[in-house]
Write a protein that binds this ligand. Structure first.
Ligand code: ASP
Length: 266
């Protein structure tokens, strides 16, 4: 997480764009097999990896997303290319792979995304219900005042093939509006979708003007009305941060000009 925060920070401190910073941070986490994103993702019911990711910049509400994508090591970059192309927002499955090819993003061997740890967990989990955890996300504010947010996940372990969670859905797992803030969510995707958590969080932030408070109220909404567990990271237009979670653990790293190096509250 320190490496991810620094990857984003290097871009921001050189005057780069928030969108590039969140993509870079999420790529580091996708490449780390310890997280449920990119390589190391959880396996679906059939023992395959299918990835969801989304990215958004909050000035012009530009966004890109992919869902149920196999064979791509960095789905956040694929989502970014869709954003840059500007025509569509969400591409899924084989269509997303065809776009990847046209955008020069190489397909990887599906086995390269599967780690021994997840294969073992899949075998142990076979009879149990879906479980959550390990999704990655980033939000950033750059010097020109643009906010961007990004989220990437393998989804829920043991999910049905073709299942799409909140992380691929703008307004649910990811949202950014530069005049308000940016948010990335994790947790029970179905519950997050039910309450449109990302968008609702920014509505709370707009009303209350306090990211810590807005994060807490949004997680209460997820638990009470969404009937699920999860958490989120939040950044407002002034660069103030907030995060909250109802799960046992949600590691966070924060970096700002005031902090000499990334701070993790854990
Ligand atoms: N929200 C993700 C999903 O439902 C899972 C997670 O955050 O752990 O796909």
């Amino acid at each position: 997480m320190r490496a991810a925060a620094l990857a984003g920070w290097r871009i921001l401190s050189a005057g780069g764009a928030a969108l590039d910073a969140v993509e870079a941070a999420v790529r580091v986490l996708e490449d780390d097999p310890g997280f449920n994103a990119g390589r190391g993702s959880v396996l679906n019911r059939d023992g395959m990896v299918e990835l969801d990711a989304s990215i958004m910049e909050g000035d012009r509400l530009q966004c890109g997303a992919v869902a149920a994508v196999p064979r791509v090591a960095n789905p956040i970059t694929l989502a970014r290319r869709i954003l840059d192309a500007g025509r569509h927002i969400l591409l899924v499955g084989e269509g997303a792979l065809a776009f990847a090819r046209s955008a020069g993003i190489a397909e990887c061997d599906p086995a390269a995304l599967v780690t021994d740890r997840q294969r073992r967990r899949h075998a142990e989990r076979a009879a149990r219900r879906s479980t959550i955890g390990g999704t990655v996300g980033a939000v950033a504010l750059d010097r020109s005042g643009t906010i961007a947010a990004a989220t990437s996940t393998g989804g829920t372990a043991g999910k049905a093939p073709g299942r799409v969670g909140d992380s691929a859905l703008i307004g649910c797992g990811t949202y950014a509006e530069s005049s308000v803030g940016g948010v990335s969510c994790t947790g029970d995707g179905e519950a997050i979708i039910r309450v449109v958590l990302g968008h609702r969080t920014l509505a709370y932030l707009k009303d209350a003007g306090d990211p810590e408070y807005a994060a807490k109220v949004a997680v209460d909404l997820l638990v009470e009305e969404g009937r699920g567990q999860g958490g989120l990271i939040l950044l407002d237009w002034r660069g103030r941060t907030g995060y909250a979670y109802s799960t046992p653990l949600m590691p966070v790293a924060i970096m700002s000009p005031a902090l000499g190096e990334p701070r993790t509250p854990f």
